[in-house]
Design a protein around this ligand. Structure first.
Ligand SMILES: [Fe+2]
Length: 479
């Protein structure tokens, strides 16, 4: 049985109907909607995961953190979009061949208010909210639900419209919202910061046709923050850096109407190009704009510069914005719909101003690359393969080789991160560590692959005695 992601997502409603019809039928159809149920209000206390198969390498020791929406509805009100659930952070700790799991909601002002009132109050990306909600600034609505990163001795839960939220990486206790600088307290900070091999952090914050470019030290202190003018408005969820440049893709999905919910104010302008703004890291006035055919994307892999001066970056691109405008809503409202697949492509920005796309013929999302090589030349990118939601794929751009593992129809795969093998430098000398939701077992599983042998399947798999929410993004911290 092979389900594409669009079939799977549009199957949420059907799965619910079947579930209501009786347990016999329900067991015959994958049921993904539990990944979008509310997580337990108190989260999951730390507990061991059961080793299902294989054996973890002794040298693999650290923590895999994930973030994603984990609370969607109260008795009489619900979020209107997958992107608006309250942030739920999970910790998978691996040590001495064993794995432990815990999870907690990010204790945001938004969540406190809504838990107290037992209803959805704040507006969100696709949620109308209460028109009388007391909004003091972006962080009043901050769901802290999109990504997570380690900065110094803190864990930051990230959203794209407001400030990071500080957490304790061991206990997952929320320490509070962290405005990066007092005079810039309401400025956005995207959920996809880029960390150079030396630890320096770059990030953007988009508002209208302007953008703040953040440069932070490895411990999170603001080294520089400048506001630049963009050549066009656009929805910028992710971006890329190379060794010398900041690369800001500007897709023709444009917020051109103030309306609630926010997502309804965007228009797809398929007659306009997909622009790419390239800035010199040392002088933002030294800029160039490239043009590619119209396409929609959420995520890039990463960028690098070749000896011929060309900048290359991979991204998962689809023909239009139907996923975000329709499908990610129907996952919550359980209406049916279709969404286009995203193809893994390599954008090539030549030194002479030309731009072109190199296609892979592979479809998926959540591209991941070796973060030791952020902005540096590399060959590999992993994706959650879209032909069947149960597959992990590893593309080699240099050779064209593609390795994949199919977990089987009951599994929904989430992004798998490159984890460096101690003392090794080759890109293939890494493990891929990630999570799946096993719908048949109603359980969350943690997997380790050897990057050099993805097709051989996981070298270790653990299972929790419960299911945790699906999520978006993750990070790894070496022990
Ligand atoms: Fe993302």
């Amino acid at each position: 049985m092979s389900l594409s992601r669009r079939q799977l997502l549009s199957g949420f409603a059907a799965a619910s109907v079947i579930a209501a019809a009786g347990p016999a039928l329900a067991t015959e159809t994958p049921r993904w909607s539990p990944g979008l149920d509310n997580a337990p209000v108190d989260g999951f206390a730390e507990a061991g995961m059961r080793l299902l198969s294989g054996r973890a390498p002794r040298a693999l020791a650290g923590e895999h953190y994930r973030n994603g929406p984990g609370w969607f509805r109260y008795a009489d009100s619900a979020t209107g979009h997958w992107f608006d659930g309250d942030g739920f952070v999970q910790r998978f700790a691996i040590e001495d061949g064993r794995a432990r799991h815990s999870g907690k909601f990010v204790d945001t002002p938004k969540r406190r208010l809504e838990q107290r009132e037992q209803r959805i109050v704040m507006p969100g990306f696709g949620t109308r909210g209460d028109r009388n909600a007391a909004i003091e600034g972006p962080d009043s609505m901050n769901a802290a639900n999109t990504s997570v990163m380690i900065v110094g001795d803190e864990l930051w839960a990230l959203w794209e419209g407001g400030s990071p939220t500080r957490m304790d990486p061991r206990s997952l206790a929320t320490l509070g919202v962290r405005p990066l600088r007092a005079d810039l307290a309401s400025m956005p900070f995207t959920a996809h910061p880029k960390v150079e091999p030396n630890g320096r952090i770059w990030n953007l914050g988009i508002y209208g046709d302007r953008c703040i470019v953040w440069r932070l030290s490895p411990n999170g202190a603001v080294e520089d923050a400048q506001i630049i003018q963009l050549p066009t408005r656009s929805y910028v969820h992710d971006w890329a850096v190379s060794e010398r440049h900041l690369i800001i893709p500007l897709q023709p999905w444009i917020h051109d109407r103030m309306t609630a919910p926010m997502v309804d104010g965007f228009t797809w302008h398929g007659d306009q190009p997909f622009r790419v703004l390239v800035l010199d890291k040392n002088d933002y006035s030294n800029r160039r704009v490239y043009e590619l055919p119209a396409m929609f994307f959420f995520h890039t892999g990463d960028a690098w510069e070749d000896a011929d001066g060309a900048i290359r970056f991979d991204l998962c691109a689809s023909a239009n914005a139907d996923f975000v405008t329709h499908q990610a809503r129907s996952m919550i409202t359980q209406e049916t719909g279709q969404t286009p697949s995203a193809e893994l492509v390599l954008a090539v920005l030549h030194a002479d101003g030309r731009a072109e796309l190199q296609r892979s013929g592979r479809y998926g999302e959540f591209p991941q690359t070796d973060r030791r090589r952020q902005g540096r030349a590399r060959d590999l990118v992993s994706i959650v393969d879209d032909r069947a939601v149960s597959r992990l794929g590893l593309m080699n751009w240099r050779t064209g080789a593609y390795a994949e593992h199919d977990f089987g129809a009951d599994q929904m795969v989430q992004e798998h991160l490159f984890v460096t093998k101690p003392g090794r430098t080759n890109e293939r000398d890494a493990w891929l560590v990630g999570v799946t939701l096993n719908a048949r077992e109603q359980a969350t599983e943690l997997h380790v692959f050897d990057a050099a042998g993805v097709g051989d399947g996981p070298i270790a798999t653990w299972r929790s005695p419960y299911r945790a929410p699906l999520g978006f993004h993750s990070t790894w911290k070496d022990a």
